[in-house]
Design a protein around this ligand. Structure first.
Ligand code: ZN
Length: 454
């Protein structure tokens, strides 16, 4: 909507003067109001005006006809104008619209509600995304309080839950559409898709995190697709030089998260279909950086056998710390040993590290951290050629997906005392993934295939 025409500008100026005068008159009755008082008063006033104006616009948009066509294709006859209510960003708006009754199926029709996707008594399309945004940041009752404070709108915890579910469901619709397409041979090979330029280098990372549902702890699995760009040296945070030498001046960009609470076998579909959406199957180079979990590498191999596999650098290094702590009691010795081992890993001398671990390991003790580390490195040997990976300019840390898992799972779903119904946890996780991927506007504004009611 554009308010730049001369007439609109004049109207706005006129209204502003009127409201300003109204406020002045009101405030003169009070003792020395602060700017905060003025702002707060103005917000309430504008809420009232907005509410009235929305009602006015809705009623003006309603046209009365003798009859309309019912969804059952028979004739529905005009009966009366009925009052409705919708909760908007300006609060509860009451409005009247024409009501038709079908002679055939006896179903009632309110074309205005259909036109504006109004679910009478529920939140509007403008309010729902804002409320959902609060609902994915904090608990439902906290979000209801925030809605009151920030938007001056009273709604229940349950409305917040519905709003979150609404966004989560839209993400599911979007992902199911991609799933259908990725399974459709004709689409996958269509000239339009082939004409899309695939990314030169696309990265994928997969991770899982346990979340508490009412029945049991379930694994929330996340796949994250991203590209990598160099960070100019002057912008490097100090930790680069501390932790990795001056070599990892890279950062993940265009990060897209997709997640679900499901078994690896089912999650495989989400991995493949989202990958196809980002043209992973056609990328010149596809690189997976993940931790050592078996199910993860199995899914990568099944879906994208051409991908370069890299064991996340930080996970590899993590295995060394308990070894140092168990076998060296002097802190300086621990540090020294760790530094030496890290350097070996950095230059792909993995065998040297494995030998060093095995030399420390007590025979026949599986619980021994040194034996554990050696086995872990052995299982991931081909994924640990860090010297080569660095030379190719690959990012060797899966920080992007791990930070996503933490932000999707830990921060919201693992809040203290949280016990989720599995569906509830799923909607929150999906909606959070949308937000963290920067897709919020696109998802909440997209036309839904489903009926609009939650
Ligand atoms: Zn009908």
């Amino acid at each position: 909507m554009d308010f730049n025409t001369k007439q609109a500008k004049e109207t706005v100026a006129h209204i502003a003067t009127l409201i300003g005068d109204l406020m002045v008159a009101h405030l003169q009755q009070e003792d020395s109001p602060s700017l905060g008082d003025i702002e707060q008063g103005m917000r309430h006033l504008l809420q009232t005006i907005g509410r009235e104006a929305v009602g006015h616009v809705l009623e003006k948009s309603d046209t009365v006809q003798p009859s309309i066509r019912c969804s059952c294709h028979h004739k529905a006859t005009y009966r009366c104008r009925r009052e409705g209510m919708v909760i908007t960003v300006f609060g509860r708006v009451k409005y009247k619209r024409s009501y038709y009754l079908c002679d055939h199926c006896r179903g009632g029709q309110k074309p205005l509600d259909t036109q504006f996707q109004i679910d009478p008594g529920e939140m509007s399309q403008g309010l729902k995304p804002l409320v959902a945004l609060l609902g994915i940041q904090t608990s439902l009752d906290e979000a209801a309080k925030l809605t009151q404070t920030l938007l001056l709108v009273d709604i229940s915890d349950n409305s917040i839950r519905q709003a979150v579910q609404w966004v989560g469901q839209r993400q599911v619709e979007r992902e199911s559409k991609w799933e259908k397409l990725s399974d459709w041979h004709h689409y996958m090979n269509s000239p339009t898709r082939q004409a899309d330029r695939p990314p030169r280098r696309l990265y994928g990372s997969i991770d899982g995190i346990m979340v508490p549902t009412q029945a049991e702890w379930r694994e929330l699995k996340t796949v994250c697709w991203y590209e990598v760009t160099p960070v100019p040296e002057r912008q490097w945070p100090s930790r680069y030089t501390e932790r990795l030498g001056k070599l990892e001046g890279l950062k993940a960009t265009a990060i897209q998260y997709h997640c679900d609470i499901q078994e690896a076998k089912t999650f495989s579909t989400l991995l493949w279909s989202t990958g196809c959406h980002y043209l992973a199957d056609r990328a010149q180079e596809l690189i997976f950086v993940c931790d050592g979990a078996r199910w993860i590498w199995r899914l990568v191999e099944e879906n994208f056998p051409q991908a370069i596999q890299i064991l996340d650098w930080y996970h590899a290094v993590e295995y060394l710390t308990p070894v140092a702590q168990t076998f060296f009691h002097n802190e300086d010795k621990q540090k020294e040993w760790l530094a030496t081992m890290k350097e070996h890993l950095w230059f792909s001398r993995t065998q040297t590290v494995m030998d060093a671990c095995l030399a420390l390991a007590k025979p026949a003790s599986v619980a021994d951290p040194a034996a554990k580390a050696a086995t872990y490195f052995q299982n991931n040997l081909a994924r640990m050629d860090y010297a080569y990976f660095r030379q190719q300019g690959y990012l060797i840390g899966s920080g992007a997906v791990e930070s996503g898992c933490k932000q999707i799972g830990t921060m919201r779903l693992k809040r203290s005392g949280a016990r989720w119904l599995e569906e509830g946890a799923r909607w929150v996780a999906k909606a959070r993934a949308v937000w963290l991927s920067g897709q919020w506007q696109e998802v909440v504004q997209s036309k839904s295939d489903l009926p609009f009611a939650v």
